[in-house]
Ligand binder design. Structure first.
Ligand code: ZN
Ligand code: FE
Ligand code: FE
Length: 166
């Protein structure tokens, strides 16, 4: 795919996000299942439901542009998920493993935040306010998910710190 215009780049970024989100729809149930704490499992499951909406929002944008969402594989998300899988396989203390799962999940959220930030800005520059608003909505949900993970990490890491004094 040639990048001759901002519109070409916009579509390229959307395809990357579309691939990333679809990979996550498959991967998040496994991460949720691996979480030991109810709080973490619930947070991941809730974000899975949001992730399905993120896919739908992207489809809405592609439809309006009459563009195909095919033809891209987000290799970065593939790698992040691969690392997440390795984390899940690790043996060890439940709380430490949960902290590791949170790290993996936050890497995913930060990648998405970067991608949606770029795509939202391109939509605005192209004068596509509707797409910009949809992308902004998703961006905010990714940021909320990231914040929630930080909160869970802080409470569980506090627990670990207390335990390690014994
Ligand atoms: Zn998402
Ligand atoms: Fe990517
Ligand atoms: Fe996400």
């Amino acid at each position: 795919m040639k990048l001759e215009s901002l519109n070409d780049l916009f579509i390229k970024e959307l395809k990357d996000l579309y691939s990333a989100e679809n990979q996550l729809v498959k991967a998040l149930p496994k991460m949720a299942k691996a979480a030991a704490s109810d709080e973490l499992r619930t947070a991941i499951e809730e974000h899975l439901e949001q992730t399905k909406e993120h896919v739908e929002r992207l489809e809405e944008i592609f439809d309006k542009m009459q563009a195909s969402h095919r033809g891209a594989k987000c290799k970065a998300m593939e790698g992040l998920i691969e690392e997440g899988k390795e984390t899940i396989k690790e043996e060890g203390d439940d709380a430490v493993k949960d902290a590791a799962i949170i790290c993996a999940a936050q890497r995913v959220e930060h990648y998405e935040i970067a991608g949606y930030g770029c795509a939202r800005t391109f939509a605005r520059m192209l004068g596509d306010e509707e797409a910009a608003n949809l992308l902004q909505q998703t961006l905010e949900e990714e940021a909320q998910a990231d914040k929630k993970l930080t909160e869970i990490a802080e409470s569980s890491i506090n627990m670990l710190a207390v335990e390690s004094h014994h």
